[in-house]
Design a protein around this ligand. Structure first.
Ligand code: C2E
Ligand code: CA
Ligand code: CA
Ligand code: CA
Length: 274
């Protein structure tokens, strides 16, 4: 056809247009979302595997878009990572999580640690130390009640700089977790060089663990190795009682997943701290 050379018509078929439009709408909306307070945090409990007690919470961002409704983080975090806007989001999440935790502590509620997800980008482009120090100073939260979850993506380059930053943060009393462990690029060998507090086993390792012998023996080996390096193991995405029991038998230290609780809005999480 005549239009064949015209890339515009070839790419923007009517069926694709809504998707592209939605992506642009999300991208353009992020800055406004931050300014107009459309973001909020939900908190998912972490459970001590041995005692069953609540031992920490993970802050997870939620976006209530005026036209699109609730936009799940999987839809906008990757876009924000691409554009670099993730640095602003990380900063907002960190401050808000610290502010909220400090408010609960000041109200006399149970003191627990709050975990914040930090993009790998923050290790290379942002000033993570400064962002953390400013957030702590402005909210007054004791850094011993803060944990940062980072992914294996941070190990892709400049390992020395990453180690230096992590050492600094640990020196301030902040805990560091490796998130989604087993899905990325790091090896257990690399882990050994890092002053990490705990490893979060990705959900994909937990699903089907009770029936898949191969999987369970791999998970067992990982857990034993992590323990031998004096780090804790957190099992993510625990959905059934069988999975929970299995993780306990393998001596996971902490458990997180829908079996115990979905991520909760602040007012509901607060009830668990009473
Ligand atoms: P993640 O850090 O691995 O967080 C865990 C995700 O798994 C959350 O999804 C949580 O709601 C979900 N989840 C928890 N338990 C279960 C379970 O038992 N079964 C299943 N199927 N899912 C479970 P969410 O909140 O949609 O977040 C998705 C991802 O978006 C997060 O994965 C994280 O990578 C990113 N993210 C979320 N909030 C933030 C944030 O504040 N900052 C940054 N940088 N990334 C964030
Ligand atoms: Ca996480
Ligand atoms: Ca995870
Ligand atoms: Ca993830």
């Amino acid at each position: 056809a005549k239009e064949e050379g015209n890339g515009y018509y070839r790419f923007f078929k009517p069926s694709l247009a809504p998707l592209v439009e939605e992506k642009m709408q999300i991208d353009n909306g992020l800055y406004k979302a931050l300014k107009e307070e459309q973001f909020s945090l939900h908190y998912q409990p972490k459970i001590n595997a041995a005692t069953g007690e609540l031992c920490g919470i993970e802050a997870l961002i939620r976006w209530s878009h005026p036209e699109l409704g609730m936009v799940p983080p999987d839809k906008f975090i990757p876009l924000a990572e691409e554009s670099g806007f993730i640095l602003e989001i990380d900063n907002w999440v960190f401050r808000e999580a610290c502010r909220q935790n400090k408010e609960w502590q000041d109200a006399g509620l149970k003191k627990i640690s709050v975990s914040v997800n930090i993009s790998a980008r923050h290790f290379f482009q942002g000033n993570l130390k400064e962002m953390v120090e400013r957030g702590l100073a402005d909210t007054g939260l004791d850094p011993h009640y803060v944990s940062l979850e980072i992914t294996e993506g941070v190990f892709m380059r400049n390992m020395e700089q990453v180690i230096e930053t992590i050492l600094y943060l640990r020196g301030r009393g902040i805990q560091i977790s490796i998130d989604d462990f087993g899905t990325g690029y790091s090896s257990l060998n690399q882990l050994q060089r890092l002053p990490i507090s705990d490893v979060k086993l990705d959900r994909s390792f937990i699903r089907g663990i009770t029936s898949d012998e191969k999987k369970s023996s791999i998970v067992k080996a990982i857990i034993d190795l992590v323990h031998s390096m004096n780090m804790k193991v957190v099992a993510e995405g625990v959905e059934t009682a069988d999975e929970s029991q299995f993780c306990k038998d393998l001596r996971c230290d902490e458990l997180q997943g829908y079996l115990f609780s979905r991520p909760l809005p602040a007012e509901q999480l607060k009830e668990l701290l009473k």
